[in-house]
Design a binder for this molecule. Sequence first.
Ligand SMILES: *Cc1c(COP(=O)(O)O)cnc(C)c1O
Length: 404
Amino acid sequence: MLDIQKIRAEFPILSQTVNGKPLVYFDNGATSQKPQIVIDAIAKYYQEINANIHRGVHTLSQLATDAYEISRGKVQHHINAKFAHEVLFTSGTTHGINLVTNGFASILKPGDEVIVSSLEHHSNIVPWQMLCEKTGAVLRVIPMNEDGELIMKAYEALLSEKTKVVTVNHISNALGIINPIKYMIEKAHAVGAAVLIDGAQAVPHLKPDVQDLDCDFYAFSGHKMCGPTGTGILYGKEAWLNKLPPYQGGGEMIKEVTFEKTTYADLPHKFEAGTPNIAGGIVLGTAIDYLNSVGFENIQKQEEELLAHATKSLLEIEGLKIYGTGKNKASVVSFNIDGIHPYDIGSIIDKLGIAVRTGHHCAQPIMNFFCIPGTIRASFSFYNTKEEIDLMVEAVKKAKTMLS
Ligand SMILES: *Cc1c(COP(=O)(O)O)cnc(C)c1O
């Protein structure tokens, strides 16, 4: 079992008070908090090795380059990518998805089809819509049921030889539903479509195995997995990354530049134009080491208990409805109380020190499906406790009394 108090002590922000109350941080789906070891690693980089990478022959530049490439190797190992050059540093999930949609602009033809799911974050909808507008491809949407689960029969009916790409999240940020992506990837490949997995909400809870999943792309952010903001990874299969054109032009991504013609650098540099977030990339490796030292089995066990406790306690409140009641769920509870706007509850419980997200969670189509303006979303991390959940439940009850 995890020693939660010891773990909490590693996260300085968790001992803060907010509005005069101890902070209860349940907005982990938006961004996770950072352990001291990650915070220290950022300072250490700037204090000891700050230099630009892949360029200088001087010692610091080599140290920085080595640290950056070691971190790439850590990510490769963590997600079980076949090659380190299949691991691209990005500024986050959004960047990774846009890199892919930009590449597909030169591949898709009018009438080709792109399949997205109805559970997607806006950042896995809008870039594909932009791509379809540019190319004349058609966007198709996998519907979901009342439990917030994607309907597999409908998905299979959408697939055809016209399908060129399927894009779906591993775990829904708004509802916490875990999608059957391995099955979906297999079905997509059967019609020759490429698959992008948005793993932004998965990586804080589990260790994806990209070779086992057999996905073509897997995008995630560092900041939701205890790493710094402005960091992320796009995994892509070598063959796809070779096929896609570069996303941005600039320094670092070239082999040779003349005014007549430029040739591009090999992977991964072809997709890493300009000076990247060097400190961030290095420290993302520190965050991954940290999570592995806690252990994903332990993380899942703790989070499952938190989810069960929160679900049970919240449902005791009369008029409270949870959205996303499917069986396979990560530690996210999205809910509303009859007749009360989620924003009003969120504001009152914030005064009591409780940080939750209210609104559409960048997933408006899901809110439209349920005919609601938004939800209150409590998203738990392994460093949260049942006592904190009890504080939230009490606060929600108090808010309900005040508002009804
Ligand atoms: C947070 C999130 C994103 C966007 O991540 P950024 O870090 O903002 O780029 C995309 N998809 C899902 C499912 C998310 O939760």
